[in-house]
Design a protein around this ligand. Structure first.
Ligand SMILES: *[C@@H]1O[C@H](CO)[C@@H](O)[C@H](O)[C@H]1NC(C)=O
Ligand SMILES: *[C@@H]1O[C@H](CO)[C@@H](O)[C@H](O)[C@H]1NC(C)=O
Ligand SMILES: *[C@@H]1O[C@H](CO)[C@@H](O)[C@H](O)[C@H]1NC(C)=O
Ligand SMILES: *[C@@H]1O[C@H](CO)[C@@H](O)[C@H](O)[C@H]1NC(C)=O
Ligand SMILES: *[C@@H]1O[C@H](CO)[C@@H](O)[C@H](O)[C@H]1NC(C)=O
Ligand SMILES: *[C@@H]1O[C@H](CO)[C@@H](O)[C@H](O)[C@H]1NC(C)=O
Ligand SMILES: *[C@@H]1O[C@H](CO)[C@@H](O)[C@H](O)[C@H]1NC(C)=O
Length: 447
């Protein structure tokens, strides 16, 4: 090392004299990168366990991970009844939430207090005539009522959209297959009046599809982008909101497909999947395809990631808006070729969300954290981390009329549920919803 010192001094001197040097790096860290002191989750203190008679050891301040950084998370809601997945928050502070449905009496709800929920818009909407199709065993039914609402999103006009998979769970973990007219995208005004319902042909949302999450671009005709996280045929579904036409893109592409060897780490424990289905084999957490989704505030890029993967992807929406078919025979291939790989994000992500400044927030269940991708720097930055964040499932950014903008998220201990633990429920009630303040606003996607 000592021998190199004269060379280093020479190099520093050279930089000071010229801007032409290869050492003339652009500003680093790039503008907008948070001050490390704002995000560093570390401290130093004498170890709280063991008593050391040796005074040197007793006083040694040992560096450790506090497990938290960023703005303090605020507990918004404690769920004592049903197990939550989705969240959408309106500007008046109304919170909408979803429950996967087996025998639950409702699947879409709103908060009625900090610890209670009620069906929304009402019980009638949450009461289909049946779950199982009497004439078609293993399948669910056609109904305008809500079967299994996976995702609820409040759009830039403060309207509430429910994404219904059409595949209720029966007898524990067995998902019924969908029939066209079961899976649907249902729009409500804040007062609960239904203003639109989009269903899908069997060639767009398959019987074994799992439509998972949705984002809206309300510019022009308007589009909805939906992830299909089916392990069998993952892809994206695009809906033209003006015509009701829908089509698929990216079927089977690497960007929507799980990494088969993926072994995430939750609370420090490498996680293998113990499925309840026969033959009770232990698997990698490899079944789960494209899930989280976010639309850049200008509507130009759709960001997404498979759940069983740390890979992070985006595509220019201009390719997705073209319906493959005789008029555009190349559209399907061109869209696959336009996918951009953004590399690893450091964790798998379930929910994703956008704000008006362009940050793409992503749940980071492997780190009890929410991170955010800065498209200006290409860096995934730390945002919030806390030991109480136990699987951030779905994210929703809201700008409240009463002041402030927040990212809301459910924390639902997903990986501890019986479907993932060979039938044993390791979760602890209540499940939580948290929020944390952000600097920017909700991205309205209107103009
Ligand atoms: C190098 O460029 C920077 C930014 O343009 C400027 O501020 C600085 O004075 C330049 N240094 C030299 C030695 O020319
Ligand atoms: C960051 O924290 C370190 C250690 O506490 C301190 O020495 C340093 O001045 C801080 N830097 C800033 C920019 O606040
Ligand atoms: C049951 O499934 C069949 C075949 O897919 C379908 O035609 C029928 O409408 C379904 N029944 C109900 C009640 O939805
Ligand atoms: C659920 O299980 C019960 C009892 O095993 C069975 O009778 C019923 O058909 C099952 N329901 C469906 C929809 O598979
Ligand atoms: C609903 O199903 C779950 C899981 O099978 C069971 O624990 C619970 O008791 C059931 N609730 C009702 C009201 O049947
Ligand atoms: C609900 O809100 C919509 C949109 O603001 C409005 O057109 C409709 O009249 C309202 N319905 C009721 C019953 O208040
Ligand atoms: C999962 O549960 C089944 C049924 O109880 C049992 O036979 C099997 O050994 C369990 N598998 C693991 C990996 O624990």
């Amino acid at each position: 090392m000592a021998l190199l010192l004269p060379f280093i001094l020479w190099a520093v001197a050279a930089v000071a004299q010229s801007n032409d040097s290869v050492f003339d790096f652009p500003e680093f860290p790039p503008a907008g990168t948070p001050d490390p002191n704002a995000t560093l989750g570390n401290s130093a203190a004498p170890l709280p366990y063991n008593v050391y008679e040796d005074p040197g050891l007793a006083q040694a301040r040992i560096h450790y991970d506090t497990g938290s950084f960023g703005p303090t998370i605020e507990l918004v809601h404690a769920y004592y009844n049903y197990w939550p997945i989705g969240v959408g928050v309106a500007s008046d502070g109304s919170v909408f939430t979803t429950f996967p449905r087996g025998n639950e009496t409702y699947t879409l709800a709103t908060f009625t207090s900090t610890t209670t929920e009620a069906p929304w818009p009402n019980q009638e909407w949450n009461t289909p005539p049946a779950f199982a199709n009497a004439s078609n065993p293993g399948y669910s039914i056609v109904t305008d009522k809500l079967l299994f609402v996976q995702s609820v999103v409040v759009d830039g006009l403060d309207r509430v959209w429910a994404l219904d998979t059409g595949r209720p769970e029966v007898n524990g973990s067995y998902l019924l297959a969908a029939v066209p007219g079961g899976p649907k995208l249902v729009g409500f005004y804040l007062n609960g009046t239904n203003f639109a319902t989009y269903t899908f042909p069997a060639s767009v949302v398959y019987a074994d599809s799992s439509i998972n999450d949705v984002r809206f671009d309300l510019r022009g005709e308007g589009y909805a982008y939906i992830t299909d996280s089916s392990p069998n045929r993952p892809g994206l579904v695009v809906v033209n909101l003006a015509t009701g036409q829908s089509w698929r893109h990216l079927d089977g592409h690497q960007s929507v497909t799980p990494d088969n060897g993926f072994v995430p780490v939750y609370d420090g424990v490498p996680f293998y999947l113990y499925p309840v289905t026969a033959p009770y084999a232990v698997n990698n957490f490899g079944l789960y395809a494209v899930d989280g989704i976010a639309l850049s505030p200008d509507g130009q890029y759709l960001y997404f990631a498979p759940l069983a993967s740390r890979q992070f992807w985006r595509i220019p929406t201009s390719y997705l808006k073209v319906e493959p078919g005789p008029d555009h025979p190349a559209a399907y291939l061109l869209a696959k070729q336009a996918v951009e790989h953004l590399g690893e994000s450091g964790s798998n992500a379930d929910g994703m969300e956008t704000d008006s400044s362009g940050y793409i927030y992503a749940g980071a269940p492997e780190h009890n954290a929410v991170t955010r991708y800065n498209p200006a720097t290409g860096i995934v930055e730390p945002f919030i981390r806390d030991p109480a964040i136990q699987w951030p499932d779905t994210l929703s950014v809201a700008t409240l009329q009463s002041g402030g903008s927040y990212v809301y998220f459910t924390s639902n201990q997903l990986w501890l549920g019986p479907n993932y633990q060979n039938g044993t429920d390791l979760r602890t009630r209540p499940w939580a919803m948290f929020r944390a303040p952000i600097e920017a606003q909700k991205a309205t996607q209107l103009a």
